[in-house]
Design a protein around this ligand. Structure first.
Ligand code: GAR
Length: 205
């Protein structure tokens, strides 16, 4: 069985899209892929109740309970490793991870970012795209490396930026696409190698 651990900080709509895709497409029976746990660094994350409602085990590791970023990452790495994950999925996980975590899960760590990377890494992506006069915006699934929002790009989707857009309306249009591409990229990543060709991200690069 290939276990997925999903890390969230907020509403968890990407997490829910992944869980629903896994359930509707029967990943467990057909591909031996199972969502083992959802872990949040924020006790109040809305995604926790959503995950429980979808039948997924949840866990909270409050980053505020740790003295340093490294201490938190070491504890998080231990909690994640307990599920023996084939893949760790960042889904609206709003913490910068240190090498302690990134190196341990290198090659099996994915993120979704709400811009067409390499444009607009970091925060406030939609307002920055509007302010820059972009005609298109979008989202990116990429491998996580030590540098923020820079790892190899695995999948992207593009949406128009409309003259009437606010950051909120653009975010909603992008989020719809996130829910399409993230489950697809995860399945392709984990199925890569089934036919003896390639492994992991090599099928998507
Ligand atoms: C999503 O738009 C995701 O791309 C973004 O946070 C949102 C989480 O929504 N992630 C980042 O900005 C990471 N740098 P969700 O909790 O509803 O999935």
């Amino acid at each position: 069985m290939k276990n997925i651990v999903i890390l969230i900080s907020g509403g968890g709509s990407n997490m829910a899209a992944i869980v629903r895709a896994a359930q509707q497409q029967d990943w467990q029976e057909r591909h031996g892929i199972r969502i083992a746990a959802v872990i949040s660094n924020r006790p109040g994350a809305g995604g926790l109740a959503l995950a429980q409602g979808l039948g997924i085990a949840t866990q909270v590791l409050d980053h505020k309970a740790y003295a340093t970023r490294e201490d938190f990452d070491a504890a998080l790495a231990q909690a994640v490793a307990a599920h023996d994950p084939a893949l760790v999925v960042l889904a609206g996980f709003m913490r910068v991870l240190t090498p302690i975590f990134v190196e341990r899960f290198a090659g099996r760590l994915l993120n979704i970012h709400p811009s067409l990377l390499p444009a607009f890494p970091g925060l406030d992506t939609h307002q920055r795209a509007i302010d820059a006069g972009c005609k298109v915006a979008g989202c990116t699934v990429h491998e996580v490396t030590a540098e923020l929002d820079v790892g190899p790009i695995l999948e992207q989707a593009v949406v128009p930026v409309l003259p009437c857009d606010s950051a909120q309306t653009l975010a909603a249009r992008v989020l719809e696409q996130e829910h399409q591409i993230y489950p697809r990229a995860i399945l392709a990543f984990l199925r890569c190698g089934e036919d003896g060709q390639g492994a992991g991200a090599s099928c998507l690069r």
